[in-house]
Design a protein around this ligand. Structure first.
Ligand code: F6R
Length: 239
């Protein structure tokens, strides 16, 4: 694992955007993996700046998002479809974007189709990740099996609590999601994980220094051949 610690999240976000810029400059038709949540927001802003400044171009690139809440429509402001559209997709010129469908009647089929679609594009070149306080990646909660492809997941109490900030009240937070599995994530050729703030320091410690154990899904990243962690000082405090 390559670990870089920054003074602040602005620097971290610029570095993350630089990694995406390098990817697009060296392989314009890249398959990019995107995450939602607060951690990558500034990185998306930096990518948009690089696009507006004419440094990078997404016109040949396609994207796959990690996850979506089940039962939430694309148009809902709390959906991850909406988040991605608002933060990135409407500002750049990606050739094609994919976000898991949280409304499919047959979720099992939908999961297999998402896996097949990723495979049909040759797999993910560069995957952006955040990390949950409990060490989840995507929405693969503790004890998710490492060999899982896209799957339906039950969100844990800690994830529901953490995500309440995006909803009016805790009862409104969906309890299930569709998420790329740890296997999909691990198969990405390159991974960049961004984490900032004190509430991520234990998850980062367990990811980097702990046992490789499904109890901390991100710990599998210790075995990835090309994984970079971009951290601020608070998230790196226990390392
Ligand atoms: C969402 C995702 C999650 C988040 C994680 C951290 O697509 O992949 O793993 O990255 O829950 O969320 P924030 O960044 O809001 O703390």
């Amino acid at each position: 694992m390559n670990i870089v610690v920054f003074e602040n999240t602005d620097q971290l976000a610029k570095a993350c955007a630089c990694i995406f810029a390098h990817q697009l400059l060296t392989k314009p038709n890249s398959v990019l993996g995107f995450a939602t949540g607060s951690s990558p927001i500034k990185s998306y802003e930096e990518m948009v700046k690089l696009f507006r400044d004419g440094v990078i171009d997404f016109k040949e690139a396609v994207s796959f998002n990690l996850d979506e809440y089940i039962g939430v429509s694309e148009e809902s402001p709390v959906s991850y479809h909406y988040f991605m559209h608002d933060m990135l997709f409407r500002h750049v010129n990606l050739k094609k974007t994919h976000v898991p469908n949280g409304l499919d009647k047959d979720m099992e089929k939908s999961c297999r189709e998402y896996d097949a679609l990723i495979a049909s594009f040759g797999g993910i070149d560069l995957q952006l990740l955040g990390i949950g306080r409990n060490g989840h990646i995507g929405f693969n909660e503790p004890d998710s099996i490492f060999s899982a492809g896209t799957q339906v997941v039950q969100l844990t109490k800690s994830t529901i609590e953490a995500n309440t900030r995006f909803f009016d009240k805790e009862e409104d937070v969906p309890k299930t999601a569709i998420s790329m599995g740890v296997k999909n994530i691990f198969k990405a050729r390159k991974i960049v994980l961004v984490a900032n703030g004190e509430d991520k320091k234990e998850a980062i410690f367990n990811t980097v220094k702990g046992e490789i154990d499904p109890k901390v899904p991100a710990s599998i990243l210790q075995l990835h051949p090309d994984c970079t962690l971009l951290l601020d000082k608070a998230a790196a405090a226990l390392l």
